[in-house]
Write a protein that binds this ligand. Structure first.
Ligand code: TYM
Length: 326
């Protein structure tokens, strides 16, 4: 069975961007592939953070992922630092990765320019990401669009290592990105990608009255100023969220009501909230249940780490042997 790997930073609870861009797809894929999903805490220690806060965020992310529908009987979920081979392979891959490629990464450039002093970990971040994927020799990586460049680099690193050490064998498959129709979810400000660092997220587990407080003032079609102005659904961020949360017939109705000024934007947002409640309500319920039974979450992560350690050991045995590391 082809293997799928993906990772997520322990940012606490999932947000709608993570969910629609990646995690919803993970939930689908777990039924047909050998899936491994990782909470990447080694990635999360780049930059300032509080250790207690990281512990809490990692636990909360595990709850979010299981509540969103990852089933530990169908897929493997684990925490990156429980399998130290990730950092071992990252070091090894660092030795064949050109600095120029790392400096060209858009995420590195964006983050580096916002910082006074840039740590080496920020530059090497995509090498650790490549190690995550290659350690399990994964074929497919379900991610949002912002990760595509990192995956190109992972493929290049796989090719390089194979050419140099695997004697023509494709030991590391070249991992392909698996994207969804919602590969780039915009924040409610309509200005930038939804992301925690932009402060424009909607949490997957946020109470619906808090979600409504964010939805109500959210940016719609900027040209629709008065209630009587007809809108253009395709340029409206809210319309794209309808496509993700409502069935096609509702989406069609929304488009008609918007473009004929049959509804105001608030009416439209109320229908979106209903769609979100339908999809996210059961996730809230499961999260409450899991939070009351932290042992279930801990057990799932422990089982996941056991499986991954065995797989990682196998890969590293081959890698060390091929590289002359005795
Ligand atoms: P992270 O934690 O930023 O995001 C997790 C996943 O959510 C997707 N995503 C989005 N998709 C659509 N619209 C958005 N606004 C949005 N925001 C986030 C991301 O594309 C991602 O798929 N570097 C990775 C974590 C990682 C990883 C890996 C991923 C580490 N190792 C190995 C894949 C394979 C990251 O920071 O994701």
């Amino acid at each position: 069975m082809p293997r799928i790997f993906s990772g997520i930073q322990p940012s606490g609870e999932l947000h709608v961007g993570n969910y629609l861009g990646a995690v919803k797809n993970w939930v689908e894929l777990q039924h047909s592939y050998d899936c491994i999903f990782c909470i990447v805490d080694y990635h999360a220690i780049i930059g300032a953070y509080e250790p207690d806060d990281l512990r809490r965020r990692t636990a909360d992310m595990a709850v979010s992922l299981l509540a969103a529908g990852l089933d530990p009987d169908k897929c493997t979920v684990f925490v990156q630092s429980h399998v130290p081979e990730h950092t071992e392979l990252a070091w090894i891959l660092n030795t064949i990765t050109p600095i120029g490629e790392l400096e060209r990464q858009t995420q590195f450039k964006d983050k580096a320019q916002r910082q006074e002093s840039v740590v080496a970990g920020l530059l090497n971040y995509p090498v650790l990401q490549a190690a995550d994927i290659l350690l399990y020799r994964a074929d497919g990586v379900p991610v949002g669009e912002d990760q595509v460049q990192h995956l190109e680099l992972s493929r290049e690193i796989a090719r390089k290592w194979n050419a140099r050490f695997a004697r023509g064998e494709d030991f590391f498959p070249e991992p392909k990105p698996l994207l969804t129709a919602t590969r780039r979810v915009m924040g409610l400000d309509g200005q930038a990608k939804m992301s925690k660092s932009m402060g424009n997220t909607v949490g997957l587990l946020e109470p619906f009255d808090a979600v409504w407080e964010k939805l109500r003032p959210a940016v719609t079609d900027p040209k629709r100023v008065r209630r009587t102005d007809p809108g253009t659904p395709e340029v409206c961020n809210i319309y794209h969220l309808h496509k993700a949360f409502n069935p096609p017939e509702t989406v069609e109705h929304v488009a008609t009501m918007c473009s004929t000024a049959g509804w105001g934007c608030i009416d439209c947002k109320k229908v979106l909230l209903e769609g979100m409640k339908r999809e996210l309500g059961p996730i809230h319920e499961r999260a409450r249940e899991l939070s009351a039974h932290p042992d279930r979450v801990r057990d799932a992560l422990a089982t996941g780490a056991d499986r991954c350690r065995a797989l990682a050991r196998e890969t590293m045995g081959y890698v060390r042997e091929r590289m002359g590391l005795v």
